[in-house]
Design a protein around this ligand. Sequence first.
Ligand SMILES: C[S@@+](CC[C@H](N)C(=O)[O-])C[C@H]1O[C@@H](n2cnc3c(N)ncnc32)[C@H](O)[C@@H]1O
Length: 383
Amino acid sequence: MPNTNLTAAMRAKNDEFFTQYHDIEKEMNAYLEYDADVFRGKTILLPCDDPEWSNFTKYFAQNFEALGLKKLISTSYADASKNYQGNYQPTLFEKRDPKFDKRKTTVKGKIFTLTADENRDGKIDVEDLKWRYLEGDGDFRSKEVKALRDEADIVITNPPFSLFTEFLQWIVEVGKKFLIIGNMNAITYKEVFPLIRNNKMWMGNGFHAGNAYFSTPFAEEYGEGVYNPQTGLVKFRNVCWFTNIDHGRRHNPLPLMTMGENRKFNKKLSGNAYETYDNYDAIEVPFTDAIPSDYDGVMGVPISFLDKHSPEQFEIVGTLDSNDPNNTCRTRVYTSEECREAYQARFGKPGTYDLNASGVINGVKVFKRVLIRRKAKENGNDS
Ligand SMILES: C[S@@+](CC[C@H](N)C(=O)[O-])C[C@H]1O[C@@H](n2cnc3c(N)ncnc32)[C@H](O)[C@@H]1O
């Protein structure tokens, strides 16, 4: 397969993941527990959806009255524009509707809106959704969907993975509240990390036991442990919710032991734990549960720490990543010559060991790390 086809196939595969109802419900409940009126009087936009069978549309339509929504808008992307070309069939719902247009069904996006008890059955729910074809294909970057974004108070969806950073910027540039699903690795992207560091975005409440389940047309291509033939779903552990809406869990400080207690009782600790990096003024902490409660300097911790981060307990300083060249904790930048020598020394053959792309201890690169510092006790941090 030529490379461009391969890239398109990868994109298609990465973009088509459909979120489960109870995962949406569980996540929304976390915000509602923190603030029962979080969605009250709000217009919610669900872009990149497939409203006829999306669980996002179903959840918000079914709970329209309980949440006190002002308006729900949900849009879909035209099948002909998708990277993935499945065996498209319009739904019976669409086909039976007088508005059905076979010239439009594959090339136009659709918009579903909900504001009132259209069928006068005494409640506002999924039965009251109105729909029409969009002028265009429903691309979130189109003028028409941008106008819907501007109208909305909150944007909620699982966007196509191949366009994650673009999608995030699309929301952030207009300062909207959002709740979106993404891959945890996105955290260190140069467009994403500054939002996390500056407390403009954080991780949501999270999937049950860290497992995110999705349906996808590619399910059977995944191996054992990811694809479950019984449920037809795939399971990922590196997927999370990103948001700028507050929830209770992020204000629960992590219970921590001192460095001495960790050395004594934390069985996982060995090797270079708590050593200072060769190239950063910070110490290496290889596990989140090994973060010492009594160290006031900067620490490099696993990215998964962010799922446990409480802004009252720690400040996020940077990453050990070449994407973060202005990092003030950096004490050394390696020359190309040094990177070549390090490769030869480590692997016994010519090559380049990109030491600047990581924290380094005794000439060896460590895993991806986020740099954090404990907030001062005077700020109410007792950990
Ligand atoms: C990860 S799926 C999620 C679908 C649904 N929101 C859910 O969670 O079940 C992302 C959807 O966005 C669609 N999509 C891809 N590119 C898009 C674009 N440029 N604009 C709008 N939607 C797009 C994909 O075809 C796919 O249906």
